[in-house]
Ligand binder design. Structure first.
Ligand code: SF4
Length: 219
């Protein structure tokens, strides 16, 4: 897939995804534009967890304590109780506590606005850091999760084996104006139509542009 085609595909999908739900991080972020701490919390909670569960857990926690200082003051068991049943809730509670302690002590209670500093926070990988920068701060970044990695490869737009490689390849290739929306479009598309294992190619609005690289089964 070349650059003119990716423009067309993303334009078509942007229209298409309006009828589907927004991924959990997008939901929280929409309500909390310019509040990067909320984006950070919901992204940490979202790993291996369904969107509905992530959204409810983020809401419970942030209603109880909405700043790094106030979360850092909570006992770990209370955070566990508030975020349960997100996946790995005990580890996530520990990471959140430690992250909030670092933000309080080293960053004056604010989320740092830079990739390097974000990557030092426990439980924060490149995906989370990119999401905080793009959604929370409105900066440039490309958040690559499994859907973004998988679909970019199905389209033949990148040829990579790991999400991190995909991020670097997209930084080279994807026009900057798509950086902020690429994740939301592909995650929503990947959850609803271009699903893993057997995507709904027969109903796909961009099927004629898609070479389906490496795809074994579809519906
Ligand atoms: S044609 Fe199939 S594999 Fe390609 S984008 Fe559409 S659903 Fe995904």
């Amino acid at each position: 897939m070349d650059s003119p085609t990716i423009n067309t595909v993303l334009r078509l999908l942007k229209k298409e995804i309006r009828r589907w739900k927004i991924p959990a991080v997008g939901v929280v972020a929409e309500r909390a534009a310019d509040r990067p701490f909320e984006t950070l919390v919901s992204t940490i909670l979202s790993l291996r967890t369904k969107d509905k569960v992530t959204e409810a857990a983020s809401r419970r926690l942030l209603e109880r304590a909405s700043t790094p200082e106030s979360i850092a003051a909570l006992p770990a068991v209370e955070i566990e109780r508030l975020i349960y049943p997100v996946g790995f809730y005990r580890t996530k509670a520990r990471n959140l506590l430690e992250t909030c302690r670092i933000l309080t002590e080293d960053f004056e209670g604010k989320v740092p606005r830079g990739m390097e500093a974000l990557l030092k926070l426990p439980g924060v990988g490149r995906k989370t850091a990119n999401l905080v920068l793009t959604v929370g701060f409105g900066d440039y970044g490309i958040c690559v999760d499994t859907h973004v990695h998988r679909i970019s490869n199905l389209w033949g737009y990148v040829k990579t084996t790991m999400p991190e490689e995909t991020e670097y390849a997209l930084r080279e290739k994807l026009p900057r104006r798509h950086w902020k929306t690429y994740n939301d479009i592909l995650v929503t598309f990947g959850q609803n139509l271009c699903v893993p294992v057997s995507p709904w190619c027969s109903r796909c609005p961009v099927a004629r542009y898609c070479p389906r690289v490496g795809l074994k089964k579809s519906r």
